[in-house]
Design a protein around this ligand. Structure first.
Ligand code: ZN
Length: 124
């Protein structure tokens, strides 16, 4: 991987950060899934891994690998998941945390968001 670094985040324990400037539309991160699963197979995963499952198609679930699993949620994200990649939806400056909106990006995990954005959706 290049152009990103993993370090401590204020959103969650760990986050992904831009290590260079990205232009809108640029691929920030191309996923390398650990495993492709069916819905049934998700139940065989350890609890700790279930947080990193992403619904990538009809009955197709991706177990995210490092570093993409550390991209945190934001209600005002700077990337969007397209075709198992995180794509910049605006210009991103070096040093910014990479975020995506789990509620529109088909993440399978649900939680209460407490980001400080005024448009926060709260229940993700
Ligand atoms: Zn929020």
């Amino acid at each position: 991987m290049s152009g990103i670094i993993i370090k401590k985040s204020k959103i969650n324990k760990t986050g992904v950060f831009a290590d260079k400037n990205f232009k809108k539309g640029e691929t920030v991160l191309k996923w390398k899934p650990k495993q492709i699963l069916t819905k049934k197979e998700i139940s065989t995963l350890p609890e700790s891994e279930k947080h990193y499952v992403y619904n990538s198609g009809p009955n197709e679930y991706v177990l995210q690998n490092t570093p993409e699993r550390y991209v945190n949620h934001s209600c005002e994200p700077n990337t969007k998941v397209i075709n198992k990649s995180d794509i910049a939806i605006r210009d991103i400056k070096k040093g910014e945390e990479i975020t995506s909106d789990y509620s529109t990006d088909n993440a399978t995990m649900h939680f209460k968001c407490n980001c400080d954005n005024k448009n926060c959706k709260k229940d993700i």
